[in-house]
Write a protein that binds this ligand. Structure first.
Ligand SMILES: *[C@@H]1O[C@H](CO)[C@@H](O)[C@H](O)[C@H]1NC(C)=O
Length: 353
């Protein structure tokens, strides 16, 4: 989860509600927010219906029908790919948060990998699902359905990269269809509930209350009714100047919606129900040559004591800590997106090339 919802609580308390990482980005490469709202989404499997008007943007946005669910994709096609990277975001699962990251990854890989970033069901600009709420297991099934539908005929190794709860989803994908996944990178992974974390306790409580969730989603949606320049202005001034245009655009176009926020909180609730056990150490040990983890040094979703647990329980796994201050919400800044992209590219090159 990337977003610091603190500003949503209006002025009064500074409760950092959700530390979700909304990861989106608008970068120097890509189209500004306004064009996101105008980009054309199409259903179907035809390739690369595009999208952003600016010619120097390398990412395409596509709307795809995954077992009946409209799904937002960010795609970058390499001419002669040696790999395919599937990226699963954190919660909010708005994939455009990560556009800068994905474009940077493409460049860092020397254009040798095609890349697909997949959004969550109903964490989107439009309320395609008419208010329906989707929990963790449905979101995991959705990613597996996507792989089976769209990446079945892949001729190059599939690398799955997941952020936060997206790393947990990726791990489940890895368990359910291990033959499909050549390598897995977990970024700031949320793998188990931390009962000692006060922030998590607060977030859990909020997500479990229908009334609170409804109120928060209503307030968020009110911000979303403002003209985009106004909501961006407020977001920029409350979230920090370092946020990229990409991230602000993703936030304002897709997260500040009632249906998205309800789904974000509902998903959080189910995360707290599902992630009560320790990770499956045996599976991780078995896969240790095919898995890498990145932790941050101040991240309540992916705390350092979990890093230590992995080091202890999965000997020889690649487990690293980012200490440059890019934080859990790395994709919200250009420097964070670039740093993590370089890190992932280096891991892939070291292991698979
Ligand atoms: C989406 O796919 C489902 C089957 O997976 C199909 O029944 C449905 O008609 C499709 N919807 C559109 C709009 O193409």
């Amino acid at each position: 989860m990337l977003i610091h919802l603190s500003w949503l609580t209006l002025s009064s308390s500074s409760v950092r509600i959700l530390s979700f990482p909304p990861q989106i980005r608008y970068s120097r490469y890509s189209a500004p927010i306004a064009s996101i709202t105008t980009r054309v989404f199409q259903m179907g499997h035809e390739k690369s219906q595009l999208v952003s008007q600016k010619s120097n943007s390398i990412a395409n946005f596509r709307l795809c029908n995954v077992s009946g669910r409209k799904t937002e994709l960010v795609e970058i096609h390499a001419r002669n790919p040696k790999f395919h990277v599937l990226f699963i975001p954190g919660n909010p699962g708005v994939v455009s948060f990560y556009t800068d990251f994905l474009e940077s990854l493409y460049e860092q890989m020397g254009e040798t990998a095609s890349i697909t970033g997949i959004g969550y069901i109903s964490h989107s600009e439009k309320d395609w699902e008419h208010g329906k709420l989707f929990g963790l297991n449905e979101q995991i099934d959705h990613k597996i359905n996507f792989i089976q539908q769209e990446l079945q005929a892949l001729e190059v190794p599939l690398i799955v990269v997941g952020h936060s709860i997206g790393a947990y989803m990726s791990l489940e994908v890895n368990k359910r269809i291990p033959e499909k996944v050549a390598y897995f990178v977990a970024l700031y992974p949320f793998l188990a509930v931390d009962t000692k974390s006060q922030q998590q306790a607060i977030i859990k409580k909020i997500s479990r209350s229908q009334i609170t969730s409804t109120i928060i989603s209503g307030i968020v949606a009110l911000f979303g009714l403002l003209p985009i320049w106004a909501s961006r202005f407020i977001a920029k001034n409350s979230l920090g100047k370092s946020w990229s245009t990409t991230a602000l655009d993703a936030l304002c176009t897709s997260v500040l919606k009632y249906h998205t926020m309800r789904n974000v909180l509902y998903l959080v609730m189910t995360e707290f129900e599902e992630l009560v056990n320790v990770p499956d150490w045996e599976f991780l040990r078995e896969k240790r040559n095919r898995i890498a983890f990145l932790y941050g040094d101040d991240d309540h979703w992916a705390p350092l004591h979990m890093h230590d647990e992995i080091v202890k329980n999965v000997p020889n796994a690649i487990v690293e800590v980012e200490k440059e201050g890019h934080t859990h919400a790395f994709s919200c800044t250009i420097t964070g997106s670039q740093w993590v992209a370089r890190h992932v590219a280096t891991l892939i090159k070291k292991t698979l090339i």
